[in-house]
Design a protein around this ligand. Structure first.
Ligand code: AMP
Ligand code: MG
Length: 356
């Protein structure tokens, strides 16, 4: 199959019209959203949805999100809309918030991976909304990467993973947020299953206390059941090994420098993902500044592209951990998974070094 790439900037009208006709014909289309690129299919057609799992190599017990273009479409997809959904939808839609509730009968089990609940989101990206509106069906879409790889934040990343597997990629340039949507379950106590740009703090300001799923910053124990099935899989892994180094800017950079030279001595090629607070300490070594600790949304915006691009250049990435308030939680959730939870506490490491 030839994969066509059409600019959603210069050819939005033609690109979204072709995309919508492919979706209606049961084919797959990759499209930009404000979070990451999505790999879409007709969300009411189980066979079309199965093609997503094939193209991604995604385990079929990991459910998808349905994307809609109008708030009123939600009531067709849920058994009913619970009262507390309304203030959330009014405040955060369109935008990077996915809501989970009991599904209506029209939603095929291929979308929900057999669950009785379904995840729905209304994206704000212009191209995504034009595509969904013209397709006249909800579009089921996970991130448009091969399963296990970092999510794509531009059309080149999608082409690297999907070339020859899908007929069309709509190229809308770089994604605004760079991490996937916040996933909030409204079944029982409101619970964040996956953190994103709509933070716990922002949600609590609208609906009061919100819980965090246990697996957000740690691996699932062997006997624990994943609240969000996607959480149990290897995720976001670039070509290189990733090690997270956690602590204050001073402790972190000291530890990173020590690990950097140790790894070089072992014959490894190493790259550092640094922050605005530490970049000046890495003069003369391979370090890429990906954002500002005081504004963790900047780290989120660059993380996946850095993992893909820097990960292709080296054996080991040393990445700085940051605090987990606000968007820092989404950043650490993705980074720790990319590292397979390989994490070093900088202050403990530095203490051991001085003793030796
Ligand atoms: P992705 O498609 O890569 O953005 O992943 C979608 C995320 O939403 C995955 O982590 C899924 O496990 C999660 N998800 C989707 N539907 C449900 C659901 N009904 N219940 C729990 N988690 C869900
Ligand atoms: Mg994904």
């Amino acid at each position: 199959m030839i994969t066509q790439v059409i600019s959603a900037v210069t050819q939005e009208e033609g690109g979204t019209t072709l995309g919508a006709s492919l979706i209606r014909a049961g084919e797959l289309v990759a499209f930009p959203t404000e979070t990451v690129y999505g790999l879409g299919a007709n969300g009411l057609d189980g066979e079309a949805v199965n093609r997503i799992f094939e193209a991604k190599g995604r385990p079929n017990d990991n459910p998808l999100i349905l994307h809609i273009a109008k708030k009123s479409d939600l009531k067709k997809l849920w058994a009913h809309v619970p009262d507390r959904a309304y203030p959330l939808i009014e405040t955060f839609w369109p935008g990077p918030l996915t809501l989970i509730f009991h599904k209506a009968d029209v939603v095929p089990y291929e979308v929900t991976a057999g669950l009785e609940t379904v995840a729905v989101r209304m994206p704000s990206d212009r191209t995504a909304r034009a595509l969904i509106r013209k397709a006249e069906v909800p579009i089921a879409a996970p991130s448009a990467n091969r399963s296990g790889k970092p999510s794509p934040t531009n059309a080149k990343h999608v082409l690297d993973d999907m070339d020859g597997r899908i007929p069309l990629i709509l190229d809308g340039g770089d994604c605004k947020y760079g991490v996937e949507s916040t996933v909030l379950s409204l079944v029982g106590e409101p619970t964040i299953l996956r953190p994103g740009a709509i933070t716990r703090e922002m949600l609590e300001a609208v609906i009061g206390p919100v819980r965090l799923a246990a697996s957000i910053l740690k691996p699932l124990g062997e006997r624990e059941v994943a609240a969000s099935p996607g959480m149990k899989y290897k995720h976001y892994a670039p070509d290189a090994r990733v090690i997270v180094v956690d602590g204050t800017p001073e402790e972190t950079s000291k530890c990173v420098l020590s690990l950097y030279y140790d790894l070089l001595e072992e014959g490894k090629t190493v790259e550092v993902l640094s922050t605005a607070q530490t970049q000046f300490r890495y003069r003369g070594i391979a370090a890429t500044e990906i954002g500002d600790r005081a504004h963790p949304e900047t780290l989120c915006a660059n993380l996946f592209s850095a993992l893909r691009e820097v990960g292709a250049l080296c054996d080991v990435i040393l990445a700085e951990g940051v605090g987990t308030s606000e968007e820092g939680l989404a950043y650490m959730n993705r980074l720790l998974r990319a590292a397979g939870f390989d994490r070093i506490d900088a202050s403990e490491y530095n203490k051991k070094q001085t003793k030796q």
